[in-house]
Write a protein that binds this ligand. Structure first.
Ligand code: CTP
Length: 135
Protein backbone atom coordinates (compact mmCIF):
# COMPACT_ATOMS: atom_id res chain seq x y z
CA UNK A 1 0.00 0.00 0.00
CA UNK A 2 1.34 3.45 -0.92
CA UNK A 3 -0.04 6.29 1.22
CA UNK A 4 -3.27 4.28 1.19
CA UNK A 5 -3.36 4.24 -2.61
CA UNK A 6 -4.10 0.84 -4.09
CA UNK A 7 -1.79 0.07 -7.03
CA UNK A 8 -2.92 -2.18 -9.88
CA UNK A 9 -0.42 -3.79 -12.27
CA UNK A 10 -1.10 -5.48 -15.57
CA UNK A 11 1.05 -6.79 -18.42
CA UNK A 12 0.59 -7.13 -22.16
CA UNK A 13 1.90 -6.45 -25.64
CA UNK A 14 -0.80 -3.96 -26.68
CA UNK A 15 0.18 -4.16 -30.35
CA UNK A 16 -2.16 -2.38 -32.81
CA UNK A 17 -3.92 -0.86 -29.80
CA UNK A 18 -7.62 -1.72 -29.97
CA UNK A 19 -10.97 -1.52 -28.13
CA UNK A 20 -10.35 -4.75 -26.15
CA UNK A 21 -7.08 -3.29 -24.81
CA UNK A 22 -8.81 -0.06 -23.82
CA UNK A 23 -11.64 -1.84 -21.99
CA UNK A 24 -9.18 -4.09 -20.12
CA UNK A 25 -7.11 -1.10 -18.96
CA UNK A 26 -10.15 0.97 -17.97
CA UNK A 27 -11.60 -1.90 -15.93
CA UNK A 28 -8.21 -2.63 -14.34
CA UNK A 29 -7.83 1.03 -13.32
CA UNK A 30 -11.20 0.99 -11.58
CA UNK A 31 -10.03 -1.80 -9.25
CA UNK A 32 -7.57 0.54 -7.53
CA UNK A 33 -6.27 4.09 -7.38
CA UNK A 34 -3.40 3.84 -9.86
CA UNK A 35 -2.56 1.60 -12.78
CA UNK A 36 0.93 0.56 -13.86
CA UNK A 37 1.32 -1.36 -17.13
CA UNK A 38 4.19 -3.65 -18.11
CA UNK A 39 4.60 -3.49 -21.88
CA UNK A 40 6.28 -6.61 -23.19
CA UNK A 41 9.48 -5.73 -24.99
CA UNK A 42 10.11 -6.42 -28.66
CA UNK A 43 12.69 -9.08 -27.81
CA UNK A 44 10.31 -10.82 -25.40
CA UNK A 45 7.66 -10.94 -28.13
CA UNK A 46 10.16 -12.27 -30.62
CA UNK A 47 11.16 -15.01 -28.18
CA UNK A 48 7.48 -15.97 -27.61
CA UNK A 49 6.07 -15.73 -31.14
CA UNK A 50 9.12 -15.78 -33.46
CA UNK A 51 8.02 -12.45 -34.90
CA UNK A 52 8.25 -8.83 -33.85
CA UNK A 53 5.10 -6.83 -33.00
CA UNK A 54 3.85 -4.51 -35.78
CA UNK A 55 4.49 -1.48 -33.57
CA UNK A 56 7.75 -1.31 -31.69
CA UNK A 57 8.04 -1.17 -27.88
CA UNK A 58 8.60 2.59 -27.88
CA UNK A 59 5.41 3.20 -29.87
CA UNK A 60 3.36 0.71 -27.85
CA UNK A 61 4.58 2.09 -24.52
CA UNK A 62 3.86 5.69 -25.55
CA UNK A 63 0.32 4.95 -26.65
CA UNK A 64 -0.53 3.11 -23.41
CA UNK A 65 1.21 5.76 -21.26
CA UNK A 66 -0.89 8.51 -22.85
CA UNK A 67 -4.20 6.99 -21.69
CA UNK A 68 -6.12 8.79 -18.93
CA UNK A 69 -6.58 5.53 -16.98
CA UNK A 70 -2.82 4.69 -16.95
CA UNK A 71 -0.41 6.24 -14.44
CA UNK A 72 2.85 4.66 -15.55
CA UNK A 73 4.37 2.11 -17.92
CA UNK A 74 7.53 0.02 -17.83
CA UNK A 75 9.07 -2.51 -20.20
CA UNK A 76 8.63 -6.18 -19.37
CA UNK A 77 11.90 -7.73 -20.51
CA UNK A 78 11.33 -11.32 -19.37
CA UNK A 79 8.35 -13.50 -18.41
CA UNK A 80 10.41 -14.98 -15.58
CA UNK A 81 10.69 -11.57 -13.89
CA UNK A 82 6.95 -11.15 -13.13
CA UNK A 83 7.44 -11.62 -9.39
CA UNK A 84 10.29 -9.08 -9.33
CA UNK A 85 8.18 -6.54 -11.24
CA UNK A 86 5.25 -7.01 -8.86
CA UNK A 87 7.57 -6.45 -5.89
CA UNK A 88 9.55 -3.60 -7.48
CA UNK A 89 6.40 -1.67 -8.40
CA UNK A 90 4.69 -2.63 -5.14
CA UNK A 91 1.57 -4.05 -6.71
CA UNK A 92 -1.50 -4.53 -4.55
CA UNK A 93 -3.43 -6.18 -7.37
CA UNK A 94 -2.32 -8.04 -10.50
CA UNK A 95 -4.92 -7.93 -13.28
CA UNK A 96 -4.82 -10.16 -16.34
CA UNK A 97 -7.33 -10.99 -19.07
CA UNK A 98 -9.07 -14.32 -18.52
CA UNK A 99 -7.13 -15.87 -21.39
CA UNK A 100 -4.56 -16.20 -18.58
CA UNK A 101 -7.01 -17.62 -16.01
CA UNK A 102 -5.19 -19.50 -13.24
CA UNK A 103 -1.75 -18.92 -14.77
CA UNK A 104 -0.71 -16.25 -12.28
CA UNK A 105 -2.19 -17.68 -9.09
CA UNK A 106 1.33 -18.31 -7.81
CA UNK A 107 1.60 -14.57 -7.07
CA UNK A 108 -1.37 -14.59 -4.67
CA UNK A 109 1.16 -14.62 -1.80
CA UNK A 110 2.29 -11.06 -2.63
CA UNK A 111 -0.80 -9.43 -4.20
CA UNK A 112 -4.41 -10.05 -5.12
CA UNK A 113 -4.72 -11.72 -8.54
CA UNK A 114 -7.76 -10.86 -10.65
CA UNK A 115 -8.66 -12.14 -14.13
CA UNK A 116 -11.04 -9.96 -16.16
CA UNK A 117 -13.18 -11.31 -19.00
CA UNK A 118 -11.82 -10.44 -22.44
CA UNK A 119 -13.82 -8.24 -24.79
CA UNK A 120 -15.40 -10.49 -27.38
CA UNK A 121 -14.55 -10.62 -31.08
CA UNK A 122 -11.41 -8.51 -31.11
CA UNK A 123 -7.70 -9.15 -30.71
CA UNK A 124 -4.51 -8.04 -32.38
CA UNK A 125 -4.39 -11.32 -34.32
CA UNK A 126 -8.03 -10.93 -35.36
CA UNK A 127 -7.40 -7.34 -36.50
CA UNK A 128 -4.46 -8.48 -38.60
CA UNK A 129 -6.71 -11.12 -40.15
CA UNK A 130 -9.41 -8.52 -40.89
CA UNK A 131 -6.87 -6.30 -42.61
CA UNK A 132 -5.48 -9.21 -44.64
CA UNK A 133 -8.98 -10.27 -45.73
CA UNK A 134 -10.14 -6.80 -46.74
CA UNK A 135 -7.22 -5.73 -48.88
N1 CTP B 1 -7.54 -8.23 -23.93
C1 CTP B 1 -8.91 -8.17 -23.62
N2 CTP B 1 -9.84 -8.31 -24.62
C2 CTP B 1 -9.43 -8.53 -25.89
C3 CTP B 1 -8.06 -8.57 -26.23
C4 CTP B 1 -7.13 -8.42 -25.20
O1 CTP B 1 -9.30 -7.99 -22.46
N3 CTP B 1 -10.36 -8.69 -26.82
C5 CTP B 1 -6.58 -8.11 -22.85
C6 CTP B 1 -5.71 -9.37 -22.71
O2 CTP B 1 -6.40 -10.36 -21.99
C7 CTP B 1 -4.51 -8.83 -21.98
C8 CTP B 1 -4.40 -7.37 -22.51
O3 CTP B 1 -5.66 -7.07 -23.11
O4 CTP B 1 -4.77 -8.78 -20.59
C9 CTP B 1 -3.28 -7.24 -23.53
O5 CTP B 1 -3.56 -8.15 -24.56
P1 CTP B 1 -2.55 -8.55 -25.72
O6 CTP B 1 -2.14 -9.97 -25.56
O7 CTP B 1 -1.50 -7.53 -25.85
O8 CTP B 1 -3.55 -8.39 -26.97
P2 CTP B 1 -4.36 -9.39 -27.88
O9 CTP B 1 -5.30 -8.55 -28.66
O10 CTP B 1 -4.95 -10.51 -27.06
O11 CTP B 1 -3.21 -9.94 -28.84
P3 CTP B 1 -3.02 -11.31 -29.64
O12 CTP B 1 -4.13 -11.43 -30.62
O13 CTP B 1 -1.67 -11.13 -30.31
O14 CTP B 1 -3.02 -12.42 -28.60
Amino acid sequence: MHLNRKRVLTFGTFDLFHFGHLKLLQRAAKLGDELFVGISSDSLNFAKKSRLPIMNEFERAHIVASLKCVNSVFLEESLELKRQYLLRYEADILVMGDDWSGKFDEFADICEVIYLPRTKNISTSELLQRIKNDF
